[in-house]
Design a protein around this ligand. Structure first.
Ligand SMILES: *[C@@H]1O[C@H](CO)[C@@H](O)[C@H](O)[C@H]1NC(C)=O
Ligand SMILES: *[C@@H]1O[C@H](CO)[C@@H](O)[C@H](O)[C@H]1NC(C)=O
Ligand SMILES: *[C@@H]1O[C@H](CO)[C@@H](O)[C@H](O)[C@H]1NC(C)=O
Ligand SMILES: *[C@@H]1O[C@H](CO)[C@@H](O)[C@H](O)[C@H]1NC(C)=O
Ligand SMILES: *[C@@H]1O[C@H](CO)[C@@H](O)[C@H](O)[C@H]1NC(C)=O
Length: 361
């Protein structure tokens, strides 16, 4: 039996987050700019965290080179990629703004608040054990920050305008990847007490509670990302994929079980919560396709990572000490062993939203 505290730092490396990708040049149609959503507000994990972890004591950080290699000014902002991440692309897609600042940034302006901020925290999940391992901000922490944000909005623009902003803004959640991929499949701590059915049921119950709490605070338009094919992340392939580094089917299966429960839970909640638009954002199928057919999307490499130690990385060992950082990020689906490149993220967001945007209206 492993001791939680001593093995913590080993496993934390595997807990960042996961995501996924998509097409060659994803330029968002200018027609989208007509949608008048006032703000984009993000919750969850490293798929959406634009830098909150820079301001909390955790080892799950990416505010150092070569992260941000292709970001504006080559700046490492705390985003887990070489450039922009889905929060930014979502805000752009909805015609709101180009970058979404982390809520914990001490220099936020009123304009930043009015157009949306990010509450997500890399390494986060619904399982309290995931939070403990990563020292990330939990969904409860993020909810408290959201309440404080609403108070600030009221001070800035009054009660009525605040209600209107919260009602019409797009809220996006990405959570659960670290629980399933890391806490369940890569650490030994949960498997004794839960099978994957029981574990995902616990996660979905936490997810539903979170969505309902956001609704109680006035939110109406909430999009929730599904899990990606977690078994095809470079990390899982390296640890469990055998000599051919195949996708790990049992892990993909776990993600599919989670997704099917998430999708039906949102349908049920949607019936219960009046005037809500709860949108299930499917990205398993999309990412799987881009990984398998990566050349079709303009990538040369779908199973390795640009930054890290070739195929033997045990975590996102992507840092200034990395043994390898590829020269052309555009050739890779994955930036580090967990997170897609900016190019893959841009394609993904477009693919995921193209058929869903009307559901937010
Ligand atoms: C966007 O708004 C402009 C001006 O109101 C209008 O001419 C145009 O048709 C709109 N585009 C879409 C896609 O709704
Ligand atoms: C906030 O603004 C101050 C003063 O302009 C600056 O020194 C500091 O670096 C800024 N902090 C961040 C996180 O941008
Ligand atoms: C706020 O909305 C309420 C109800 O719609 C209205 O009665 C009130 O006058 C509004 N207050 C302001 C300051 O606009
Ligand atoms: C991906 O590959 C599968 C199997 O070869 C094929 O059926 C599918 O059409 C491909 N998708 C794209 C987008 O090329
Ligand atoms: C980087 O790779 C992409 C995709 O293969 C290619 O289109 C681009 O020309 C490459 N850039 C450089 C500087 O080699």
């Amino acid at each position: 039996m492993m001791n939680l505290s001593t093995s913590k730092s080993f496993y934390v490396c595997s807990f960042l987050v996961l995501f996924y990708p998509f097409v060659v040049t994803a330029t968002f149609k200018s027609g989208y700019k007509n949608y008048s959503f006032p703000a984009l507000i993000a919750f969850g994990d490293s798929v959406l965290d634009t830098g909150n972890n820079n301001y909390i004591p955790t080892i799950v950080k990416s505010d150092f080179k070569p992260y941000g290699k292709d970001f504006i000014g080559g700046k490492a902002t705390g985003r887990f990629s070489n450039g922009k991440i889905p929060s930014d692309f979502l805000a752009e897609y909805f015609g709101i703004k180009e970058l979404v600042p982390p809520y914990l940034d001490p220099n936020l302006t009123t304009e930043d608040l009015l157009t949306g901020v990010c509450f997500a925290s890399s390494g986060s999940g619904y399982d309290p054990l995931t939070i403990e391992i990563a020292s990330a901000l939990s969904s409860e922490d993020q909810l408290e920050m959201f309440k404080e944000y609403i108070t600030k909005l009221k001070e800035a623009v009054g009660e009525n305008r605040t209600t209107e902003i919260i009602e019409n803004s797009i809220l996006i959640i990405s959570m659960g990847s670290n629980d399933v991929s890391g806490t369940y499949y890569l650490s030994p701590f949960r498997k004794y007490d839960y099978d994957i059915e029981k574990y995902t049921t616990m996660l979905i119950s936490a997810s539903s509670k979170f969505v309902e709490e956001l609704y109680q605070l006035g939110a109406r338009r909430i999009g929730v990302f599904s899990l990606s094919p977690l078994g095809c992340m470079p990390l899982q392939r390296t640890v469990k994929g055998g000599i051919w580094r195949d996708c790990v089917e049992i892990v993909n299966e776990g993600a599919l079980i989670f997704n099917s429960k998430l999708s039906s839970s949102l349908v049920d909640l949607g019936k219960k919560l009046q005037d809500s638009r709860l949108v299930y954002l499917e990205n398993y199928i999309e990412l799987h396709d881009i990984i398998i057919n990566h050349t079709h999307y303009g990538f040369e490499n779908g199973d390795g990572s640009c930054c890290g130690i070739a195929n033997i990385e045990v975590g996102p060992l992507c840092s200034s000490f990395a043994l390898k950082v590829c020269t052309n990020t555009s050739k890779y689906v994955f930036w580090d062993s967990y997170h897609p490149t900016e190019k893959a993220y841009r394609i993904l967001v477009k693919q995921v939203l193209d058929n869903k945007i009307d559901e937010f209206l």
